[in-house]
Design a protein around this ligand. Structure first.
Ligand code: HEC
Length: 196
């Protein structure tokens, strides 16, 4: 009986413990997303950078085959690329693999640059800044106190320039979420701990 009671009590304590929200740096991470900070400062405050490549590879015109020859590929090898006519690839590796199947690995490596130059179109690469967000600061790894002070200065109108106005646009949203200084501190704590 004693053991039974004991296990019940332990069970109850355990359940209560699990249901109590734990205050930790984790909350800063959640707030950063909930309060849409990431929409201007990027994932984990790392800045507004592209998280993946955007590119397209396609031999979409017959003239492109002629161009390959002009750039120095033997026409016999170029002809073997015919099955790729108008096929579209988003991923460079997949595209090159399809080419390898047609002309072999050595030829692919030898003429890779020419093929990509004629048939590839790169819109942006992973890690590049998104145009228009060049002046939007990244926070990851900055000092907690500095970050907290800047948030307050911007939101309370002590730091003013053309760009800080953009951030003040979310003031009504922050007010409706009843954001406290404690919340800003935990966001600052979280950002200061983000590793690159
Ligand atoms: C609409 C876009 C936008 C949103 C949303 C936004 N910010 Fe900003 N934030 C900016 C801009 C732009 C600046 C640069 C202001 C300047 O140049 O004075 C800035 C600056 C800052 C700075 C100062 C950084 C430094 O190095 O000086 C901090 C800290 C900051 N923001 C935190 C936040 C947090 C936390 C949130 C979410 C509660 C947030 N921001 C939401 C646009 C935004």
């Amino acid at each position: 009986m004693k053991t039974f009671l004991l296990s019940m009590v332990t069970g109850i304590i355990f359940t209560v413990f699990l249901q109590t929200p734990m205050v930790s740096a984790e909350d800063g991470a959640q707030l950063f997303i909930k309060l849409t900070c990431n929409s201007c400062h990027g994932d984990q405050g790392k800045g507004m950078i592209r998280t993946e490549d955007k590119a397209k590879y396609s031999l979409k015109k017959k003239a492109m085959y002629k161009k390959l020859v002009k750039e120095g590929m033997p026409s016999g090898i170029v002809k073997k690329l015919r099955p790729l006519y108008r096929k579209k690839f988003r991923d460079e590796d997949k595209y090159l693999n399809a080419i390898k199947e047609l002309i072999g690995e050595n030829n692919t490596n030898q003429y890779k640059e020419i093929i990509i130059k004629i048939s590839g179109r790169v819109y942006y690469r992973k890690g590049e800044l998104i145009p228009g967000f060049e002046e939007y600061p990244r926070h990851a790894g900055n000092k907690k106190l500095y970050l907290f002070a800047q948030m307050k200065d911007i939101l309370e109108g002590r730091r003013t320039n053309g760009n800080s106005e953009a951030m003040r646009g979310i003031k009504p949203f922050l007010a409706s979420n009843k954001v406290t200084d404690e919340d800003f501190r935990s966001i600052a704590e979280y950002l200061s701990n983000v590793q690159d």
